[in-house]
Design a protein around this ligand. Structure first.
Ligand code: ATP
Length: 235
């Protein structure tokens, strides 16, 4: 098991956002967390990233606890989040944003190589490399956020709602890229409200409801489950 979340409890004051969430991600998998607004999906990812401290529960990465490490150390270990709403540095250029993604590294040549790889994968970013990121379209900002995360050479990517606010054509493109990134060896934990797309590219999935896992299994089984279809797939 590459990443293991065990019985995580997280509260914001009186609000209990996670009430004992457990989930596992194997090396090489794409695992989706699906669920309605407020189910606790973002909170789960932010807890893994070290941005929120759980009140109880454990998070193990490669068999070692990471629950008490600061976020930058978690990134250095190879676990990197692509936050919701992109959150690129809008007043910095595309290339500056990508360089920021490599802030935990000091291998200049490797960084240069990775920059080239990212421009090969996202030609639109190369065309706009000196443009301020705030002027990019939503889809381009999503690509930049993914590129920025890839600059840390992650072993696991935590992706928060990559399809949010994007036109259907772009959603297809972004999901195809997620699949490609996975094929090159990056494990992915994906949070999505677009359950349809998420299940279509994932190996396994967990359904979260008000801070609890209510269902889990192979993505295909969940996509064929009548309860899931009714609640999350609009069928
Ligand atoms: P969405 O898809 O809308 O982002 P989500 O499944 O990611 O939903 P979370 O954002 O994790 O859900 O929120 C879980 C619960 O925690 C919600 O009830 C939310 O209102 C609450 N919550 C989240 N962040 C905070 C915060 N900073 N302060 C107080 N409550 C919060």
């Amino acid at each position: 098991m590459l990443l293991e979340l065990n019985d995580l409890h997280v509260s914001y004051g009186a609000i209990r956002a996670l009430k004992g969430v457990s989930c596992q991600v194997d090396e090489g998998e794409i695992v989706a967390l699906i669920g309605a607004n407020g189910a606790g999906k973002t909170t789960t990812l932010r807890t893994v990233s070290g941005l929120i401290r759980p009140q109880a529960g454990s998070i193990n990465y490669k068999g070692k606890s990471i629950a008490k490490l600061p976020p930058h150390q978690i990134v250095s270990l190879g676990v990197c989040q692509v936050p919701e709403g992109r959150r690129v540095f809008t007043r910095m250029t595309v290339i500056e944003n990508l360089e920021m993604g490599a802030y935990t590294r000091n291998d200049k040549n490797g960084i240069k190589e990775d920059l080239k790889k990212i421009f090969d994968r996202f030609p639109r970013l190369e065309e706009r490399k000196n443009q301020l990121s705030g002027t990019l379209s939503g889809g381009e900002q999503q690509m930049l956020a993914m590129g920025r995360a890839l600059m840390s050479r992650p072993n696991v990517l935590l992706m928060d709602e990559p399809s949010m606010g994007l036109a259907p054509m772009l959603v297809q493109e972004i999901f195809a890229i997620i699949k490609e990134i996975n094929k090159t060896g990056t494990t992915i934990l994906l949070v999505e409200q677009n359950a349809h797309m998420a299940l279509s590219i994932s190996n396994r999935a967990y359904v979260l409801e008000t801070g609890e896992v209510v269902l889990s299994g192979p993505a295909e089984d969940l996509a064929n489950n009548p309860e899931v279809q009714k609640a999350y797939l609009g069928e």
